[in-house]
Design a protein around this ligand. Structure first.
Ligand SMILES: [Zn+2]
Length: 126
């Protein structure tokens, strides 16, 4: 397979990962969490999920949500919870999480308390 990295399959995976990166970055920016540490965690997540999708092409629909979950986990360990739920007025402060839990298809942020959809991935309100 000459020039496999220029083939259509790899190009589409590159685009998929770039799009996942853009969506997660938009949600980091929306919540003022686009720190150097968060962006670095995002780069790591994109790299490992790109590798993962190369091994299992059917997994492509899960990439964006999985990248978001990876960044969420990395931030939780080092910085704190992201993204927070802004919709609920009472009760303890809580996070949003990615639904479907597998990461896709069509990943959305859901309130962990009410199960209500807050936004599609990449569309969190500021
Ligand atoms: Zn909530």
């Amino acid at each position: 397979m000459p020039q496999a990295h220029n083939g259509l399959v790899d190009d589409s995976l590159d685009n998929l990962v770039l799009s996942a990166r853009a969506r997660v970055l938009a949600d980091l920016v929306a919540r003022h969490q686009a720190t150097a540490a968060a962006v670095s965690a995002l780069e790591d997540a994109c790299e490992s999920r790109q590798w993962w999708a190369q091994q299992w092409p059917e997994g492509e629909v899960y990439v964006a949500g999985l990248v978001a979950q990876d960044v969420q986990d990395a931030l939780f360990e080092n910085v704190g919870r992201w993204p927070m739920c802004l919709a609920c007025d009472d009760g303890p402060v809580h996070s949003l999480y990615i639904q479907p839990d597998l990461g896709g298809p069509e990943p959305v942020w859901v309130c962990e308390e009410t199960g209500q959809v807050a936004a599609a991935l990449g569309h969190l309100a500021r």
